[in-house]
Write a protein that binds this ligand. Sequence first.
Ligand SMILES: Nc1nc2c(ncn2[C@@H]2O[C@H](COP(=O)(O)OP(=O)(O)OP(=O)(O)O)[C@@H](O)[C@H]2O)c(=O)[nH]1
Ligand SMILES: [Mg+2]
Length: 421
Amino acid sequence: MPQDITRVVIAGIDNEIENFSYTMQELKALAQANYMKVVMEISQKLPKPVSGTYFGTGKAEEIKNAALASEAETVIVNDELTPTQIRNLEKLTDLTVIDRTALILQIFASRARTKEAKLQVQIAQLQYQLPRLHTSSATKLDQQSAGGGYSNRGAGETKLELNRRVIEKRISHLKAQLKDIDKDHQIQRKQRDSSGIKTVALVGYTNAGKSTTMNGLLRLTGQEDDKQVFEKDMLFATLDTSVRKIHFKDNKEILLSDTVGFVSKLPHQLVKSFRSTLAEAAQADLLIQVIDGSDENARDMIATTEETLKEIGVTEIPMIYAYNKADLAGQSYPLLAGDSFTYSARDQASLEALIDLIKKEVFADYETHTYLIPFDQGRYVEALNQNAEILATEYLPEGTQITANLAQDLAGKLQTFLVQA
Ligand SMILES: Nc1nc2c(ncn2[C@@H]2O[C@H](COP(=O)(O)OP(=O)(O)OP(=O)(O)O)[C@@H](O)[C@H]2O)c(=O)[nH]1
Ligand SMILES: [Mg+2]
């Protein structure tokens, strides 16, 4: 963790439509996640931002003075600002102006571990910077590219144009690299699709406990420790999608995926660049929306998740509302009421109940049939043993008689051996 924590003022416009205090609390948490100390919160009631300066000039003056008094040199604004607004506001306040988008991008950049996540964040950051080359947030980039050895500076070309070209070139280079990685993932996804295994995705607000739930389910179903995913009490601990196969005792299997969490107004550059990571949820047969039930903003967090899912085109997939951290909320658990499940990801009984719930949803279309399979067709017996829940096996003179609970597509393949009831 950096030694000297940056002191910042956070400021926003309350248009009295959105839940302003929720988004300001988020902004504070985001700033803290970026090792900043919020020393002052300022708001202005306005139906919409002032086009050139975002805040009114009086409010800008107030921000300047508040920052001076509390020894802050940076103001973080609770919105994505236009490049002009950032420039003008910097002039008016004498402060470094960071908008919500830049802050989120910065957090993602510091969290990215895998090559794919790093590329995705870099692309989103460059795309954000492209129209903002005049603002202080672009200065760092200016400095980087200045010493970068680009000697083909055209005659009469301004530094700005040069930077623009450098950035555009970098974006397309990074995109090409990302495409290669994405191709591999698409192949893996296709293989999974054709395997017919049902997929379940954990989705939801950041820090709700998705990864903890994933790890709990993996542990309970006897997976090796090296299959565990990273869980931590911080925003955006997970920036990649992890998919794990879970094999239940009754031979049924699912693919469970854990993915990046959401926050309200997730920057469009990130949504675009993380599209393939986020798309994992779109393929799922069942979504488990993990909610931090102990958070006072849980309702808004659910709304944020649903909006984000809609934005990435995830609609009409059955969903379980999984209210996690019931131990902190002081509720009794595990408890199922309709499609709402109250639990704690740290509690074994909760995880067992969650498994039952998942199975009930995902294998609802499974059928129970009895087959008589001749002894020379042993591979079908094997297929049943591996892929179906065997309820009874009997060895008859004509072959093996098996009663099993199985998926429809497997049942289709075994139709000829069906024993009429
Ligand atoms: N007390 C309590 N803490 C929990 C529970 N479930 C998760 N946590 C904690 O909540 C924090 C966040 O958990 P994660 O599983 O990393 O959350 P996530 O949803 O994967 O978060 P992102 O990857 O950042 O989107 C961790 O410190 C967990 O230990 C729970 O049931 N009870
Ligand atoms: Mg996680």
